[in-house]
Design a protein around this ligand. Structure first.
Ligand code: DGT
Ligand code: CA
Ligand code: CA
Ligand code: ZN
Length: 572
């Protein structure tokens, strides 16, 4: 449904990028960027909307509405096509480096004739950027980091892009009469933060029509290989999907095999061998007789290996087999355990929905409490003021009356400045129900300075949650450098929660750091950081990340009843 919205948003964002290369008006560029986010987050399908309908999208005025209409009628935006022709493709190739802005890309292209990422990496190695105005050693280091990030993310996609495709396929195939079971497996079932390809598994005695229906799905752009056991396709966006069809009596073994990880499977296969069994993609067999052992569920497979069922998010061979053997697997936190969300934005700052709409979305999630945490004044571009935030508090009190089952908390997202200080004074801060404090600038401080900065934020009695603590953006901005154990010890000591931000390009804290923090006694908040109504759906990715970090409901403060949460927020 949202595909037209996503494509239009991508074109508007490209327009902003192209304009910033050609030196367009900064105000206009910002307006396009904002509109791109608004279109992507708009719950209604833009296909079929007329000019008046399009103008109802927040932040979309007459001019942008016309461009969107251009897209929905012609499939493209004419101005984008024109600008593409004006800008050398070499410059555009360079702007794909996340840490290289359009101006600098243009400079290396014009001054040095560099028009590819490889050429740029070589030029930096040879010191050829040294003479250029505005290019210091720090810039070079940043560009190299960006190139590295870009190369390491390779062809992988963010988890939400894979999940949307997988959901659509599983839904379509499940409706076929031949399909007895169907689900996704692979890294997506394990909730890895990036996905190489999507693996879908179906159980049936009649695979042929299923494969035919699969290759005929509208999202298929190319059939890579087709057979009755396995068929692979590629979507228009270049994502590969492998579909395997297995007989129903092998479902459990096949699902276990294709969920992986490979490292986990090596361990389970070894255990099978020791038990006189053979475990493969074709099923679970008696090693001696070769007889198939019916294993319709994963539980039966693990049970045969002498283990309790292991949750897919734990299957990375990082201690789960040992924990399973000792009956010490964690009871993982689930979406249903969450009673509240402690980080969200409205159109008072950079959100695109009103307070009323965001609160309605929280109520629809069945939450018991919900914090509104718009940006604080030091993030100047958000134009927050004391008056605005106090007026919002009044508005929330008023709105509370129509939501007897949902407690509204008035909070704010503070900015941790380079020294670890935050916006507003203690008096003003103490009137908020909750605060989230985040790093929004000075991302490249050295480890010692950054550690001190985060520790000071934890030590602030008015800071309750550290928002997206590493400030990374997957594939675009590396995590900040800090001595995380020291930060986590400070968080545990002061009763400051670490956030797990659910945005698929953040997932921050990442799972490995969550596990380290948990060992040091830290508590967590799984927050959507929603800037729109549909952003609430990202909760599954944050919960998946928390599960990969082995968290139980008790580790997560927003699974707690409100009274227990309030006691935690008193930070004594
Ligand atoms: P990805 O696609 O790179 O994000 O990661 P996965 O884990 O989805 O990997 P994929 O798609 O190559 O294979 C799906 C699962 O199938 C994998 O997690 C384990 C299983 N698998 C695939 N090939 C092998 C193999 O050669 N040996 C073993 N033990 N398992 C395999
Ligand atoms: Ca895969
Ligand atoms: Ca695969
Ligand atoms: Zn936020």
């Amino acid at each position: 449904m949202a595909r037209a919205n996503d494509e239009a948003a991508a074109l508007i964002q490209e327009l902003a990028d192209l304009l910033s290369i050609t030196g367009g008006d900064a105000f206009k560029i910002r307006a396009y960027e904002k509109a791109a986010r608004a279109v992507a987050g708009y719950p209604e399908d833009i296909e079929g909307l007329d000019l008046a309908g399009l103008r109802k999208i927040p932040t979309v005025g007459e001019a942008i509405a016309k461009k969107i209409l251009d897209y929905t009628t012609t499939g493209t935006i004419r101005q984008v096509e024109e600008l593409r022709l004006q800008i050398p493709s070499g410059v555009r190739a360079l702007t794909a480096i996340p840490t290289l802005g359009p101006k600098k890309a243009l400079a290396v292209y014009e001054e040095l004739g560099i028009s590819s990422v490889d050429e740029l990496a070589t030029a930096i190695g040879e010191g050829r950027l040294r003479g250029l105005k505005g290019f210091g050693a720090k810039t070079e280091e940043n560009i190299l980091r960006g190139i590295e990030l870009m190369r390491s993310s390779g062809e992988r996609v963010l988890v939400d892009a894979a999940a949307v495709v997988a959901d659509e396929i599983v839904e379509s195939l499940s409706a076929l009469p031949q399909v007895e079971r169907c689900t996704h497996a692979g890294s997506l079932r394990r909730m890895r933060e990036t996905i190489g390809d999507v693996d879908v598994l179906a159980a049936s005695r009649d695979p042929h029509p299923i494969m035919e229906a699969f290759t005929a799905l509208p999202l298929v752009a190319e059939v890579i290989a087709s057979g009755d056991k396995k068929t692979s396709i590629r979507t228009a966006k270049g994502l590969q999907v492998d579909l395997r069809v297995v007989p129903p009596e092998s479902w459990g073994a096949a699902l276990q095999y294709f969920t992986g990880s490979q490292a986990h499977n090596i361990r389970t296969r070894e255990m099978a061998v020791k038990a006189g069994l053979k475990l493969s993609e074709y099923g679970l067999f008696d090693a001696e007789s070769g007889e198939l052992i019916v294993s319709e569920t994963e539980e039966e497979v693990y049970d045969r290996l002498g283990l309790p069922w292991i949750h897919p998010t734990l299957r990375e061979d990082t201690g789960e087999i040992e924990a399973a053997r000792g009956n010490e697997l964690p009871e993982l936190v689930t979406v249903e355990d969450l009673k509240g969300d402690l980080h969200s934005h409205t159109d008072l700052t950079d959100g695109i929905a009103s307070l009323r709409e965001m609160v309605a979305a929280a109520a629809a999630r069945g939450l018991e409490y919900y914090a509104i945490t718009d940006h604080a004044p030091n993030l100047a571009m958000q134009r927050m003021t004391d008056e605005k935030v106090l007026a919002q508090r009044e508005e929330i009190r008023e709105l509370q009356k129509s939501h007897p089952d949902l407690t509204l908390l008035h909070g704010t997202e503070l900015n941790i400045d380079p020294d670890g200080e935050v916006d507003w004074d203690a008096g003003f801060l103490s009137a908020f129900d909750i605060t989230v404090a985040s790093i929004h600038s000075h991302f490249t401080q050295d480890e010692k300075t950054m550690t001190r900065r985060l520790v000071r934020a934890c030590e602030n009695p008015h800071v309750h949650v550290i928002g997206h603590p590493t400030a990374r953006s997957i594939g675009r901005r590396p995590p900040v450098d800090a001595d995380w154990d020291e930060v986590f010890r400070a968080a545990a000591r002061t009763g400051t929660a670490m956030e797990i931000d659910c945005f698929p390009d953040r997932l921050d804290l990442p799972a490995d750091l969550i596990r380290r923090a948990k060992r040091l006694g830290v508590k967590f908040a799984i927050d959507t950081d929603a800037h729109s109504v549909p952003n609430h759906r990202n909760i599954r990715y944050g919960v998946g990340t928390a599960q990969r970090g082995w968290l139980t409901p008790d580790d997560v403060i927003n699974t707690w009843p409100l009274e227990k949460l309030r006691a935690f927020l008193r930070k004594t």
